[in-house]
Ligand binder design. Sequence first.
Ligand SMILES: Cc1ncc(COP(=O)(O)O)c(C=O)c1O
Length: 398
Amino acid sequence: MENKPHTWETPFENTLASLAENHLLRGLTSTDSGANTSIIQNGKKMLSFGGNNYLGLASHPKLMAASIDAIQTWGVGAGASRLISGNSRLYETLETEIARLKLCEAAVVFPSGYTANVGTLSTLIGEGDLVLFDRLNHASLLDGVRLSKGKLRVYRHKDIKQLESLLFKRPANQKAWIVTDGIFSMDGDIAPLPEIVSLAKQYDAVVYLDDAHATGVLGKEGRGTSEYFSIHSDRIIQMGTFSKALGSFGGFIAGSNTLIQYLINKARSLIYTTALPPAVLAASYAALQLIQEEEGVALRKKLWANTDQLRHALTDLGFDIGDSATPIIPLRVNDTNLALTFSNLLFEAGIAIPAIRPPTVPKGQSRLRMTVMATHTQAEIAYLIQTLKEIGCLSKII
Ligand SMILES: Cc1ncc(COP(=O)(O)O)c(C=O)c1O
């Protein structure tokens, strides 16, 4: 076949070819079902252990009914940005409820968790500020810091000693921010928040806490990492999202009245984009109510029972699940090709668990990222454990 002439797309084609050669090419798989414990992919019914719908709320009848009602009342689109005319009353109700959940004065909803992180960090961090950043923080946090004019210093994962030494060395007049996930999204471990907050007090720093995976999951009431550690500090800016345990969509920041007013005036990812659809806001509000009711408490209890069962079984079998302490359980195989093969073998056995590869995780740390839901049955978890055991033995991982 004749060589294709060089076009402006050739460098992209070369990059894609190189990604494929290194088992790093990504692709989109269509799903023909809701985000439940069973999903349909490529026409096949699969048991899913790969999403973030921890409490099963994404298809909960109460959230669906709230969305349908909102569509009938408000229509499907907001029609404008929040500061123009898209700020439906649903926002106010939702933000009051978020502030209540997070025990803060106020809250503001962003279009997504990603835009909450990018918009807030890039707005708050001033020129020359020191930003101390856990190495395994989510990409959206990094993008937010990169958009600011702060000085980024990455510390080793959860390394409090290194964090303290970086705080200690900074000039007295330099403002400092400590940015951390509450639950780390690819490892499922929990940030040492008590130590971080204590350093923030000692060295006069502000903590930015990404509670995307902790909201609805950690703490008796589902308030997140602060509740889990019984910490209440006005040095913490709490970020969260509705897109994980809360089953809906949209991000938020909770904090003081001043902070929230400042973001409404300055955060570009809030100002220069259309407001969320009413159906989304209504579902989010229904989710917030539900997680604080008896049903939510029961779902959280079941989520943790399922999580403990799977974590213990995998550890007993000899799998490396790192420091996972939450419904996010990584099965570390390290080799990229092995992670892909493992994921494909699981797919053949009817189980959907994604292989997570660089750049989402550091080089040499590829893994299967497993997640548990409150709505998984005992039989489904038992089938997963048995299948992992068979494939693990076959691939000589255990
Ligand atoms: C830790 C963390 N922060 C932020 C986000 C972004 O949230 P969203 O999906 O709502 O944009 C995610 C998930 O994608 C996440 O895992």
